[in-house]
Structure formats: C-alpha cells, structure tokens
Design a protein around this ligand. Structure first.
Ligand code: CUA
Length: 360
C-alpha cells in the first residue's frame, strides 16, 4: 500500500523540457512533500502524513535501538563472553507484532475507504463524464455532451464534479493526477473510472504512472481547470484552432505536435527516437519552394521510394502501418494510428513539418 500511495502522490518530475509544460505546481505542504491540493479529496493528505509519521517514528526508533545496542553491548575483547544468553522474550515479541499490525490495519481501512470513495462517483459526476483514452504514448480526451476530442490537454470546469472513464487501446497505463489526489490503473479491454471535483483553478500535470514501454516517461498531459464562463463560451477552449494563415496553421500544428507527437518524433533531426525526425521531411528547393524529400518505404511487402507529400503524411497518421519507413530503428517500431484526427489538424501538422524545411 505504501507503493500505491507513493505513486498516488508522486511529485512532478524535475524539469521536462520536451513538451511545453506548465511550471510544476508549487508544493504548499509540510516540507513540500505533496503537490498543491486542487480537489476535494482531502483525506489522502491525512493518510499520507500519518503513514509518513509512522515511518519516521519507527525508522528512528529501530535504528536508535540498533545503534545504541551496537555501542553499548559490543564485544570489547576477543575472549569476552556474551552478556546474555536470552533468545526469546514472548511479551516483547507479541507487543512488536500486535502494535504494527494495528497500525497497518488502520492504514488499510483508511486507504480502502478512500479508494472506494474515488471509485464511487456522485450523481453529478456521472452527468459530467469524460473519457480518457491512453495509448502508447499519449492521451486522448472526449468531452461530455460534445463531440469534440483533444489530445494531450483537457479542460475541466471549476467546482464541477467530473468522472473519467478510462480506457486503453494497447497495454497497461495508469491515470495519475497527483494534484487531484487520484490515480487508477487502466487495463486494456476494461473500463475503469474515477471522479473528483476540481476545486482550484489552474493547470495541472496528468501522468501515466504504469510503465508502458519506451516512452512511458513522456506520456503526460495538461489538465486545465477553468471558470464556468470560460468553459461555456461559444468557442470551446479545446476547439481553438487557428489556421487563418499558413504561419498560424503551422503554429497550431506545432502545439499539437508537442502534445501528441513529440514523445516519438523530434524536430532537431537527431536520430534514435521511436519514430523518425520530422526535420528533413520537406526541404527548400533552390527557388525557395518547399518540396518533399524522397524516402524508402515498404508497402505490401515491397520496397519502394516515394516522395513525401501531404497525402503521404495524412496516410501515415491515419494508417501508419501502410507504408513503413525502411530505415532502422524506425522500421521495427509501430506508430499508434490516429484514424480520427481531423483533416484541419493534420493540415496544421503538415504546415508545421513544412516550416522546418531548410535548404539541403
Ligand atoms: Cu502509459 Cu506509462
């Protein structure tokens, strides 16, 4: 159980410079052990500090007695006889078995009640149900009463109880939102759920807390808690997508890239990530025009050379297994297909790829 809570209340990892992230929430608690509390699940902190205090107390007690005994009863000469031949002390042994047992049972009951709470949504929460879909290695969210989806970011309404249905498209993941004090494993083929009420406005980190493969550590998302007014405006925050000019589209594409693509593809051109770098997909011709580069792929078991163009990018996002890049290590890796990423957003991603073009 200690492990469960260690995961539940993990601190945000150090600096993540991979993706544009909000600054880690400022710890506001006793010795900075817990990230800021932003939900109504207040009982977790009490249990955490109780467990923490018990651990410190027994650590000091046991090591203290050990150190004292080592010094006081050490053998001072080679032939010194043992100070005592006692091997048992039944009352003492019963005491140090029963007391920890009681303490552990208290922790169990407390933790069990809390985890039942987390899994039993209020009526209001069931009417505000989001879906979080975990795939290697990103998060997709769908909204209640709204056809929209967002990737790598989700918006919640302040002070409104929310339920998350959790599903995985591939392997085990875990939905861990330390600031809200909730965490639950996501098991492929099953719906899990949890709920909470976000009580503080701000941006929070959602982590995947179950090792799920190479880029597990990059699988996180931003959770925005916004006012009802902001949440209910005509243009939903998650629908904002500026593609008024190619430059604006490239900018929108870049932010989407950071949310869902950057865990596998870089833009520096450095090799060795899960997927091929994006730099160099397009190059600038002598006249300054952006053109697609050639690339070796395997399609239907046949090796061929293709020229990168918009249609190829669209196909690679929706059905990545169709044309596989021959170059290793990329050939052996498989990309998560995103069949429902809409055309406009793919267009933005393509504009962003094109904006990386340089003269060869
Ligand atoms: Cu998904 Cu770790």
């Amino acid at each position: 159980m200690t492990t469960v809570f260690a995961l539940l209340i993990q601190d945000p990892p150090g600096k993540i410079n991979y993706v544009e992230n909000p600054a880690p929430p400022a710890p506001n608690d006793f010795w900075g052990q817990l990230p800021v509390l932003a939900s109504d699940f207040t009982h977790v902190d009490g249990l955490f500090y109780f467990t923490y205090a018990v651990c410190i107390f027994f650590f000091v007690l046991i090591l203290g007695v050990l150190a004292f005994s080592c010094v006081k009863y050490r053998r001072k000469t080679w032939d010194q006889p043992a100070a005592s031949n006692t091997t048992h002390n039944t009352p003492l042994e019963v005491t140090w078995t029963v007391i920890p047992l009681i303490i552990v049972m208290i922790m169990f009951a407390w933790g069990f009640a809390g985890s039942m709470d987390m899994m039993t949504p209020s009526h209001d929460a069931t009417r505000n149900t989001y879906k979080a879909t975990a795939s290697q290695w990103n998060w997709k969210f769908t909204y209640p009463n709204h056809p929209a989806q967002s990737f790598g970011e989700v918006w919640l309404e302040h002070n409104k109880p929310v339920q998350f249905l959790l599903e995985s498209t591939d392997v085990l993941h875990a939905f861990s939102l330390p600031s809200m004090r909730v965490k639950r494993d996501i098991i492929p083929g099953r719906f899990q759920s949890l709920w909470f009420t976000p009580t503080e406005l701000g941006e929070y980190h959602l982590f995947c807390a179950e090792y799920c493969g190479q880029d597990h550590s990059r699988m996180y998302a931003k959770v925005h808690v916004v006012t009802s007014a902001e949440f209910n405006q005509a243009e939903k925050p998650w629908d904002k997508w500026d593609d008024s000019t190619p430059a604006a589209a490239a900018k929108s594409g870049e932010s989407l890239y950071k949310q869902i693509c950057a865990s596998c593809h870089n833009t520096s051109g450095a090799r060795g990530m899960t997927g091929p770098p994006w730099k160099g997909l397009f190059v600038k011709g002598p006249d300054g025009k952006v053109v697609g580069r050639q690339r070796e792929v395997r399609e239907n078991g046949e090796n061929k050379t293709i020229t990168v163009d918009d249609a190829y990018i669209v196909e690679s996002i929706r059905t990545p297994e169709k044309k596989k890049v021959l170059e290793e290590p990329y050939f052996k890796n498989n990309m998560t297909a995103m069949p429902d990423l809409d055309e406009r957003k793919i267009k933005g991603i393509i504009e962003f790829m094109k904006s990386l073009a340089e003269a060869p």
